[in-house]
Design a protein around this ligand. Structure first.
Ligand SMILES: Nc1ncnc2c1ncn2[C@@H]1O[C@H](COP(=O)(O)OP(=O)(O)OP(=O)(O)O)[C@@H](O)[C@H]1O
Length: 306
């Protein structure tokens, strides 16, 4: 069964089309990345999944329930870490959980929940003194009450330092291993890439790609990019490099020679440049990044729209 099934979803706010005929299927047990630049329609889609807002058109099914007619069941089985969340500065972590458990009439151990998000040692400290990452994890602990089948995380890594983001990813993975499907929205490819099984990229409300991380990587420029520092750099040198075997592209970028290599060893290309074209002083190698792909997909879409 699909954990989330979105079929022909459109949401208009007056003249603004926030979501445009979106089709998406998230399988049970996946960590699914929902990626798009600011304003792409991510929050709107999440709000529709949880029936906080109603679609203009389309059908959304969450955990086998129609999001619109069975919104309450969907929300009961889903844990949500919203983009804008709030903690009470004067309450401790433990008090937050005790309060949330009472509200939901669930009998669980607050400490076990705090342990799952790795802030049990701060259970009796006031949340006002927590770091941003700890506050966020406290809200996540409240979302974990009742062992949800689906976790919806809206921009969970935004504003966290690299350690905080890594810790968040580890917690997400651990929850996923307990059997929870995770729907993870972000506008930063790097954060999604590190944790998700599959990724959908949306832009201006439209789906522009959906694939595994490896599949997306295959769709990017294959191979690697070399940045080569040479004793001399002219258009003629670039033309000569372009003629070498295995060179996909060559150009001058920020005073360096930028070369993409296809199907041959980068050392063969470097050797040929050094021996036949121009002496090499130094070089760096950069793996083609998914961030580049993301920028390309979303920029291309903008060009199409313009
Ligand atoms: N209540 C609303 N009324 C009018 N326009 C809205 C409303 N909510 C969202 N929009 C518009 O819909 C589009 C999609 O917004 P949405 O918040 O879903 O994007 P997002 O991908 O979540 O962006 P962000 O990463 O900035 O949160 C934007 O153009 C936004 O201005």
């Amino acid at each position: 069964m699909a954990a989330i099934e979105i079929d022909g979803l459109t949401k208009r706010f007056g003249d603004v089309v926030a979501v445009d005929d979106l089709e998406l299927r998230v399988e049970e047990g996946e960590i699914f990345g929902f990626l798009g630049p600011n304003g792409a329609g991510k929050s709107t889609t999440i709000d529709i999944l949880l029936d906080f807002i109603r679609p203009t058109e389309g059908i959304v099914t969450v955990l086998g329930h129609d999001a619109q007619t069975e919104g309450e069941t969907v929300r009961r089985r889903t844990g949500v870490l919203p983009d804008g969340y709030h903690v009470y500065d004067r309450l401790t972590g433990r008090q937050h959980l005790e309060f949330a458990l009472e509200m939901k009439a669930v009998d669980e151990d607050p400490m076990a929940l705090l342990e799952r998000v790795r802030i049990a040692d701060a259970a009796d400290r006031k949340a006002g003194g927590y770091s941003k990452g700890m506050r966020q994890r406290l809200v996540l602990a409240m979302a974990l009450i009742g062992d949800p089948d689906l976790l919806v995380l809206d921009e969970p890594s935004t504003g966290l330092d690299p350690n905080g983001a890594r810790e968040m990813r580890e917690i997400i993975r651990a929850e996923n291993e307990r059997g929870t499907t995770v729907f993870f929205s972000s506008h930063v490819m790097e954060q999604v890439e590190a944790v998700c099984d599959r990724v959908a990229i949306i832009d201006q409300g439209r789906l522009v790609a959906v694939d595994t991380i490896d599949g997306l990587r295959d769709a990017t420029e294959t191979g690697e990019t070399l940045y080569v520092y040479t004793t001399e750099l002219t258009d003629e040198i670039v033309d000569r490099v372009l003629e070498l075997d295995g060179v996909g592209s060559a150009s001058i970028t920020e005073g360096r020679l930028r070369v993409t290599v296809d199907g041959v060893s980068k050392f063969a290309v470097l050797h040929a440049i050094d021996a036949d074209v121009v002496p090499i002083q130094d070089f760096t190698v950069v793996e083609s990044s998914l961030e580049d792909l993301f920028v390309r997909y979303t920029n291309d879409e903008q060009e199409v729209a313009e």
